[in-house]
Design a protein around this ligand. Sequence first.
Ligand code: NAD
Ligand code: ZN
Length: 257
Amino acid sequence: MNDETISPSLISAILNARKMVALTGAGISSESGIPTFREAQTGLWATYDPQELATPQAFEEHPRTVLLWYQWRKSLIAKSEPNPGHLALASLEKIALQKGQKFTLITQNVDNLHQQAGSETVIELHGNIFRSKCAQCQRQPATELPEVTAESELPRCPFCGGLYRPDVVWFGESLPGEALQRAFEKSNHCDLFLSIGTSAVVQPAASLPLMAHENGATLVEINPNPTHITPKANYALQDKAGQVLPMIVNRIRNHLS
Ligand code: NAD
Ligand code: ZN
C-alpha cells in the first residue's frame, strides 16, 4: 500500500469529522516487538500458552508462575518503544484538537505505548501492565513492588493480606466498568471510527466498531488481515498500522498547510 492508494475521500472524512474514535489492539504494538497473544511465543516462555496463564484460575493455582511470566512480559515491554503507528495517532489527536474536533483513543493494550507516544486521552479497556493491584481488595500498592524470584516471598497487600497481581483484565474477567462505559458512550456518538490492529473477536470491545457503524459513523479498518468487521468497513486498509497511519497524517498535514 502506498500514499496514492489512500483515497482522497477518506482524508476528507477525517478532516470533516466532528467526533473521532480510534480503537487499537495488540496489532499496533507488534511493530514495537511486542508479541500478540495469538502468534507463537518464542524464547523463555515458548512452551506456555498465554491464554492459560492470563486467567484468574492460573493465578489462584500457580501465582508465582503467573507473576514470573508477567515480569518477563513487562521487561520485554519496558525495552520497546512506540512505533510510527503510535506516534501518528498522537499527532492525529493533536491536529484534531487544534481543529476543534473531538478525538478519543480506546485501547485494548496494556503496554502504555500510546501514553509514551504522547496521546493524551487514552481509555484503557484492559488495564496497564505497569500497575499492580491487590487480588482481594483491589487497592494499589503505595510503592513499587520487589522483583519476584523462584524463592522470594510473594508481595502481599498490607490492608488485607491478599496477593498483589498485575492490574490487567484476564480472560474470563469483566472490563473496568467506568472505562467500558466511556468507550461505549464515545463510540455511540462518534462520526468516524478507526479500528486498528484488532482482530475484533474479544468482546465487548469488538462490538464498538459495529455499534459506531450502525449509528452512522464512517468505519475505517487498518489491519493487514481481514476480520469480521472488514465487510462492514467503509475503508479497509490492509497493511501495517505503522505504515498506513503516518501516510494518513502526512496527507492531512499537507491539506492543512
Ligand atoms: P487482537 O485480538 O487485538 O489481534 C491482533 C490483530 O492485529 C490481528 O487481527 C492482526 O491481523 C493484527 N495485526 C498484526 N500486525 C499488525 C500491524 N502491524 N498493524 C495492524 N494490525 C496488525 O490481539 P490478541 O493478540 O489476540 O490479544 C488479545 C488481548 O490480549 C488484547 O486485546 C490485549 O488485551 C492483550 N494483549 C495485549 C498486548 C499489548 O499490550 N501490547 C499484547 C498481546 C496481548
Ligand atoms: Zn488487599
